[in-house]
Ligand binder design. Structure first.
Ligand code: ZN
Length: 240
């Protein structure tokens, strides 16, 4: 069974979406939009946790954000490549859910999978619109579908956004969704090895980045995105 989504958020690792655009997703869900998440890998190279634990955490986080569906392609963590094979796997998901907007990884980042996942998802969005590329996931030939817009959320590096979304009323939902990934982030009682994302500073940085982006637009919290093309608006009053 499948249904059309308004927004599909794609991340290289389970938790990328929550950290990068969890507030925006919670806000869109509250507005009645149908949102789904596609994780490209199971995050099996992560310093803490196991793929099984992360899958359970991802399911819990999806419930907190209120998304309709969360899928995982099981591509190899750490070795994402922009290949035809991986592009087609994403094309199948895009055609299955027909999202109008795709949110994907940061265009450049500390973790090499982020930039690779970003380009891979973006290329798949384009290719998905080409009728000559045939795909079938067991229900006959899929219809070609190209999302109207592809935006990239910001992750580790402080990339300058092209636009920001006010998420002031949804920061608590975002933080709860991130906390669902208990094995991954700051936990003073954990005996597992430390990594850059397990520090208290990292957890706090999610809050202060959103505060800083919010400050610039005059609200409490915001999330930033980059766009591959100009962001079009109906009228000037849409901008606040
Ligand atoms: Zn990641």
């Amino acid at each position: 069974m499948s249904f059309k989504l308004d927004i599909l958020a794609i991340g290289a690792h389970p938790d990328d979406v929550e950290l990068g655009c969890g507030g925006t997703i919670a806000k869109e869900v509250a507005e009645g939009k149908l949102v789904g998440i596609l994780d490209l890998t199971k995050g099996e190279l992560g310093t803490r946790g196991t793929p099984k634990i992360r899958a359970m955490e991802a399911e819990a986080a999806a419930g907190i954000l209120g998304v309709m569906v969360r899928e995982n392609l099981g591509l190899p963590d750490g070795f994402l490549e922009n290949t035809k094979e991986y592009q087609l796997k994403i094309v199948e998901i895009i055609r299955k859910y027909q999202p109008d907007i795709v949110l994907c990884n940061a265009i450049e980042d500390r973790h090499p999978d982020h930039a690779k996942g970003s380009k891979l998802a973006s290329d798949a969005c384009f290719l998905s619109g080409l009728r000559a590329i045939k795909t079938d996931i067991g229900f006959g030939e899929q219809e070609a579908w190209r999302p109207k817009n592809v935006y990239h959320y910001i992750q580790w590096k402080g990339i300058e956004p092209d636009f920001v979304v006010d998420v002031s009323d949804y920061m608590d939902v975002k933080e709860n969704a991130i906390k669902a990934f208990k094995s991954q982030f700051y936990d003073p009682n954990s005996k597992e090895p430390e990594s850059p994302i397990t520090s208290k500073n990292f957890f706090e940085s999610v809050d202060y980045r959103a505060k800083d982006l919010g400050r610039i637009i005059g609200v409490n919290y915001a999330e930033g995105f980059t766009s591959e093309r100009y962001v079009a608006i109906e009228k000037l009053s849409d901008i606040f």
